[in-house]
Design a protein around this ligand. Structure first.
Ligand code: PMP
Length: 450
């Protein structure tokens, strides 16, 4: 049988070369073969490396395992499902559990967001939402509405749609010629001169939403299909929305017949202290993209929740015709659906959104206690998410954060870095002692890389 065990012995002669790692410095990884970055198992709030070291999971996987790892209620549901049906086609066929899941997600979403399309990832969710927006306007006789407005510093996954509306430069520049045309970007809202070290939502910056009026005036509303934003920008390093900003975007979109898309891949399913960021920030979009937390990262799943009026528009087309020519072989995969049902049970039974709100207070106090440590130039937090900005090393942007990441690993804490920002999003099961230990480890690491 093929050797797949993860003991140190099994990795001694492991060939690192064939695996092309995503979003990873492959040459560094393969040269250094860092065994403290090879995970053997995951349980609760911890990974165990192949060397047997325990690592506190300071980012809930990649923001996806908010309930911690290996909750038996999810694990058992997936195992049971494997015995019942491994796969059911997604086109023209489905299973009752998939319909039921759509209903349960719709019940938690605000307003008339009650029609659910399943994908396998956030990237696919974003591209699906963009396509729905285009087709919706076309069906309503407004085929000229083809432009999308994204935002600087946004991350919307890696599909061509997602990188086009996204605003993380590194993700775009290598592929620029092939991106969607007719995309414009709102300015980002991160301005340390005005908002450095603010707690929660900054009081400065709502006026930046008015830039949308300028863009609308430039291109004319009749050419714009949708605006897409993450309610809280996550991947770039936790940029909470300024107070009133999202409401203003909502007003401007409604005034001009432009759809508002929230990319809630990180903010959905509890981390913002509500089921969705839409409720936390009290703004309802027309389309809401989700992934990650929907089934605690157990089996790939994403999707789009559409306002009923959008869905109804599609249903008014010719009878007997497929309404939306779009979908994935694994849309609503039975294992993902089973994991999602178990996750939704836990979210409700264990009052996960409320508990994230409580965890968020500890995280806020903890992370802001790092103010004044060497090279810390900004700290931000938004309920279950937080970030620390460091002064870059001269001429070597990003390197200080890499060093910090490595130092924190040695102390038994896994965090995430992006440029010179350290991001935190611990699982909801973290105890106050663990949050305290995480912060103190970071304090020590910040000093160590000074
Ligand atoms: N949108 C947002 C806001 C995300 O944070 C991410 C992933 N971090 C994505 C989209 C892409 O999701 P995936 O990696 O599942 O394609």
């Amino acid at each position: 049988m093929t050797q797949t065990n993860s003991s140190p012995a099994a990795v001694t002669d492991l060939d690192f070369d064939p695996y092309w790692m995503p979003f990873t410095h492959n040459r560094y990884f393969k040269q250094h073969r860092p065994l403290d970055r090879l995970m053997a198992s995951a349980k609760g709030a911890y990974y165990t490396t192949v060397e047997g070291q325990q690592l506190f999971d300071g980012l809930s996987g990649l923001w996806c395992c908010g309930l911690g790892h290996g909750d038996p209620r999810i694990t058992e549901a997936v195992k049971r499902q494997l015995d019942v049906a491994d796969y059911v086609p997604a086109f023209q066929i489905s299973s009752p559990a998939t319909f039921k899941l759509a209903q349960r997600i719709a019940e938690q979403a605000p307003g008339q967001l009650n029609r659910v399309f399943f994908t396998n990832s956030g990237s696919e969710g974003v591209d699906t939402a963009l396509k729905i927006a285009l087709a919706y306007h076309r069906l309503r006789g407004e085929a000229s509405r083809t432009r999308f407005i994204g935002r600087e510093k946004a991350y919307h996954g890696v599909g061509f749609g997602g990188i086009s509306v996204g605003g993380m430069v590194a993700n775009r520049k290598m592929f620029a010629p092939a991106m969607l045309s007719g995309v414009d970007h709102l300015p980002h809202t991160h301005n340390p001169a005005e908002t450095a070290f603010s707690r929660g939502l900054p009081s400065w910056g709502a006026h930046l939403a008015d830039e949308l009026e300028r863009i609308v005036a430039l291109h004319d509303a009749s050419t714009i299909a949708a605006v897409i934003v993450e309610p809280m920008q996550g991947s770039v390093g936790v940029i909470p929305p300024p107070q009133g900003y999202l409401k203003r975007l909502r007003e401007i979109c409604s005034k001009h017949g432009i759809l508002l898309i929230f990319d809630e891949v990180i903010t959905g399913f509890g981390r913002m202290g509500s089921w969705f960021g839409a409720q936390a920030f009290d703004v309802t979009p027309d389309l809401l993209v989700f992934a990650k937390g929907v089934n605690n990262g157990t089996v790939p799943m994403g999707g789009v929740i559409a306002d009923q009026s959008i869905y109804d528009t599609f249903m008014q087309g010719p009878a007997h015709a497929v309404e939306l020519f779009h979908g994935y072989t694994y849309s609503g995969h039975p294992l993902a659906v089973a994991a999602a049902h178990a996750t939704l049970d836990i979210l409700a039974q264990d009052e996960v959104p409320q508990r994230f709100a409580e965890l968020g207070k500890l995280l806020e106090d903890g992370v802001h206690s790092l103010r004044g440590e060497p090279n810390v130039i900004d700290i931000r937090n938004c309920v279950g998410a937080a970030a620390i900005d460091l002064t870059p090393l001269p001429g070597q942007p990003g390197l200080r954060a890499v060093r910090l990441f490595e130092d924190a690993l040695k102390r038994g804490f896994l965090v995430r870095f992006t440029a010179d920002t350290i991001a935190l999003g611990p699982p909801v099961i973290s105890t106050p002692t663990e949050i305290h230990a995480l912060i103190e480890a970071l304090r020590a690491s910040i000093r160590a890389v000074a």
